[in-house]
Design a protein around this ligand. Structure first.
Ligand code: ZN
Ligand code: ZN
Length: 299
């Protein structure tokens, strides 16, 4: 007869978990790709997906760290899109070929637009009397995808706001003195880019969308997964979207959306997880797992 400890150990080993939504310094996260992978290892995860905003710049470093720390790293991305000029939709891509020239080209367009936007924000803030320097904003972005958090940090440094949250609230939210709308692609264009890179498209934090008809349209256009578990989803919301996924034959994913900010009680790597089986399903649905899909994509 197995003793109790052995049964417990086996149970523990069987419970393999994955965090499928994390950000690094390649976009607006505070941890380097290596640090995110280390954090995932500390959280005893079996796998972690790197899903930076509009960039695959952190993937190579994360993959190397994955090999070093013996943890599976799933190459991913989170593309910001806009639906019908109104609704912001984030499309996650999993098991992408992050070296795909088509994907890189599309992300470069977004990156250049981010750069232009940050520059315009600085100009508007300067005109409003908030004297921050674009060079400093670039420095704060550390060569990664430049965005509002870096402008917010520069505002705090300049003494015009006490915290990043207050910088956002005072200047950077829609209608604020430094607000500039973003250039975005449509969810369908993002799904196309992910598909061309062999990946699986997933609609991020679906409960925040509050538009199930939009979800249905995305599904009709090839969406394969939805993010049912997210820190901003209520328990009831997670349950609802897990059931929704099941009824539509979609993969229900989940992750912490960790940015590594050490304030405002933001989630850390491993705070929201899914069973490792979800990783298997995603791999199977990607070009790496499903040979019939390659054919379908080529036709
Ligand atoms: Zn998002
Ligand atoms: Zn995110």
């Amino acid at each position: 007869m197995q003793d109790v400890q052995e049964v417990l150990n086996n149970h523990f080993i069987m419970e393999r978990l994955a965090d499928l939504h994390t950000h690094t310094t390649a976009s607006d996260g505070c941890l380097t790709p290596t640090e995110v992978v280390e954090a995932a290892k500390r959280a005893e995860l079996a796998a972690v997906a790197i899903t930076d905003h509009d960039t695959v710049g952190g993937i190579d470093e994360a993959l190397a760290a994955g090999r070093k720390f013996d943890i599976e790293v799933i190459p991913g991305v989170e593309i910001s899109t806009i639906y019908q000029d109104r609704v912001e939709v984030h499309i996650l891509g999993y098991f992408i070929d992050h070296t795909s020239p088509t994907l890189i080209e599309r992300l470069d367009v977004l990156k250049n637009a981010r750069y232009d936007r940050a520059m315009q924000m600085v100009e508007k803030l300067n005109a409003a009397g908030v004297m921050i320097d674009f060079g400093r904003v670039q420095e704060l972005a550390g060569g990664g995808a430049i965005g509002r958090p870096h402008v917010a940090r520069a505002i705090v440094e300049a003494g015009a706001a006490r915290s990043m949250d207050s910088a956002f609230g005072k200047f950077l939210k829609e209608g604020g003195a430094g607000y500039v709308p973003r250039y975005k692609i449509s969810p369908m264009e993002a799904m196309e880019a992910i598909s061309e890179a062999g990946g699986v498209s997933c609609c991020a934090h679906v409960a925040k969308l509050k538009r199930d008809e939009l979800l249905v349209e995305l599904i009709n256009r090839g969406l394969r997964a939805i993010e049912a578990s997210h820190p901003d989803h209520s328990r009831a919301g997670r349950k609802f979207y897990k059931r929704f996924a099941k009824s539509r034959g979609l993969i229900a994913t989940g992750g912490s959306d960790a940015h590594g900010f050490a304030h405002n009680m933001r989630p850390g790597v491993g705070d929201v997880t899914v069973d490792y089986d979800v990783v298997r399903q995603l791999r199977q649905a990607s070009r790496f797992g499903d040979s019939s899909r390659i054919k379908c994509l080529e036709e």
